[in-house]
Design a protein around this ligand. Structure first.
Ligand code: SF4
Ligand code: SF4
Length: 467
């Protein structure tokens, strides 16, 4: 989308790479405004959640844990085991569909408001940079000046603060990977006993430091796969940060007491503020571009300028290509409604999968190489092995019963006490009356009970003589 009369040559290059192939450093101008304030509020709530998350426990389990090494995953206090992999697989597919559908309808809203990269870069590191180095012009001046006491002081101060925050982020990430207790052991324990943990902390800290100090917008413009997908996901009805070229063109500088309508000038006063504030260094007036992370800063900048010259705000706003072209306000089309219904269905599916997940898994197999044995004249015996997995964070006293007549089951090794998160293995002796044996294979159902309530059941085949 863009001004139809604009040259498309901007699409041939990346705004942050010069003609000599070198990085063009972006010095975005500091910009406050209505959208920034709202984004800041959302960001601070999300940051609070992120940093407090590792300390929050539900029934003794963390809010979120992704321990890949120990293959233990906890979401909202619910433990997921490798046996729940199908929930993960379906969940991941559903999540990808959700992201695609959300993007088709709402564009890169996620990038501007929720993405951790944008939140940390724009709401944390950039704010500190403005505080230490000053606004864009001072930053440029500082970068270009030779190394002297003033510059060394500012650099050491800024990089120390950046390193400290990167260290905090690295520790938080590690807490989500290995758990807060394990992390505390690494941080407060003897270094010689936690070499790999300490290496991980230093490595993560270095990566975050490099990303937020140097790599910055390049993550969004050249690395992030979600950003690269925009070209195929967005359509003319998707909501994006858009410049109203119909109203804005023909752009021309503002002069006091002019009659812009009479002079056939558009509302864009060509002040360049939308470009100056852009953290990815693009000109949104060229139209929707992959580099735009929907950070809304150009919307705030333009609204500020419109206000200053007495023109209507919203020259750059959230709108669709169709909305800009026709001038009609964005409304829900049938297709968009269908997408939103689909999004709710996916979220519902995910919630159902998690909530209806069995708390206890039971798997019964015949002991390898065994067959039936005749115990008395009228009784046959089979030996099975059961593996029972307690996926909850509570202990369970369980019993096993046969749901068929003329048969019984006994576990070898006493009471069946399932400790929280434990895998229990027992041998089972299944006895069956001759009258009930149908031949080489008789289907039998074994139920697992707790306090008389059937928790899970499994069908096995009882081996008997052929008649
Ligand atoms: S074009 Fe506007 S919304 Fe997009 S990245 Fe630049 S300032 Fe942010
Ligand atoms: S901030 Fe608004 S008025 Fe100024 S150049 Fe950008 S679009 Fe035009």
């Amino acid at each position: 989308m863009g001004a139809s009369n604009q040259s498309e040559s901007f699409r041939d290059k990346i705004s942050t790479v010069g003609t000599d192939g070198k990085r063009v450093w972006v010095y975005p101008k500091k910009q406050l405004g209505k959208y920034f304030n709202k984004r800041a509020l959302v960001s601070y709530v999300l940051l609070l959640l992120l940093f407090s998350g590792p300390f929050i426990k539900i029934n003794g389990e963390p809010l979120l844990l992704m321990n890949i090494l120990e293959r233990k995953f906890v979401i909202f206090g619910q433990i997921f085991w490798p046996q729940d992999i199908f929930i993960f697989a379906i969940g991941m597919i559903a999540f990808v569909i959700l992201v695609i559908v959300f993007t088709v309808v709402f564009g890169r809203l996620f990038c501007g408001w929720v993405c951790p990269q944008t939140i940390f870069m724009e709401m944390v590191f950039r704010r500190i940079e403005y505080w230490i180095d000053g606004d864009w012009k001072q930053q440029k001046k500082l970068d270009n000046m030779p190394w002297n006491g003033h510059k060394i002081f500012k650099r050491v101060l800024k990089w120390s603060v950046f390193w400290a925050i990167s260290f905090l982020i690295a520790n938080t990430l590690l807490a989500y990977l290995i758990g807060i207790e394990e992390l505390q052991d690494i941080v407060f324990g003897r270094p010689s006993e936690h070499i790999s943990g300490l290496i991980a902390i230093v490595l993560f800290t270095s990566v975050f430091f490099a990303v937020f100090t140097w790599f910055r917008e390049q993550v969004c413009t050249t690395v992030c796969p979600y950003g690269r997908l925009q070209g195929v996901l967005l359509d003319k009805n998707s909501i994006v940060v858009a410049y109203d070229y119909v109203r804005g063109e023909i752009r021309a500088k503002f002069r006091k007491n002019e009659d812009r309508v009479k002079e056939e000038k558009g509302d864009c006063i060509d002040c360049n503020q939308c470009v100056n504030v852009c953290p990815t260094g693009i000109d949104i007036r060229n139209g929707t571009q992959l580099e735009c992370v929907s950070c809304t800063l150009c919307m705030d900048a333009c609204d500020h300028m419109m206000d200053a010259v007495g023109l209507e705000k919203g020259l750059i706003r959230y709108d669709s290509e169709e909305g800009i072209k026709t001038g009609k306000p964005w409304k829900l089309t049938t297709r968009t409604k269908a997408y939103i219904v689909l999004m709710f269905a996916i979220v519902g599916l995910l919630a159902t999968l998690i909530l209806t997940r069995s708390e206890i898994d039971m798997n019964i197999l015949r002991v390898r190489g065994t067959t039936y044995q005749k115990l008395t004249d009228s009784t046959y015996v089979n030996i099975f092995e059961t593996t029972i997995l307690n996926k909850t964070n509570q202990d369970h006293n369980i019993t096993l019963k046969i749901l068929s007549e003329n048969a019984s089951v006994e576990s070898i090794g006493g009471d069946l006490v399932l400790k929280k998160g434990e895998v229990l293995q027992r041998e089972l002796i299944v006895t069956m009356d001759e009258k009930a044996v149908l031949g080489p294979s008789t289907p039998v159902i074994i139920g697992l009970y707790e306090d008389g309530v059937l928790m899970v059941e499994q069908k096995i085949n009882f081996n008997g003589p052929g008649f």
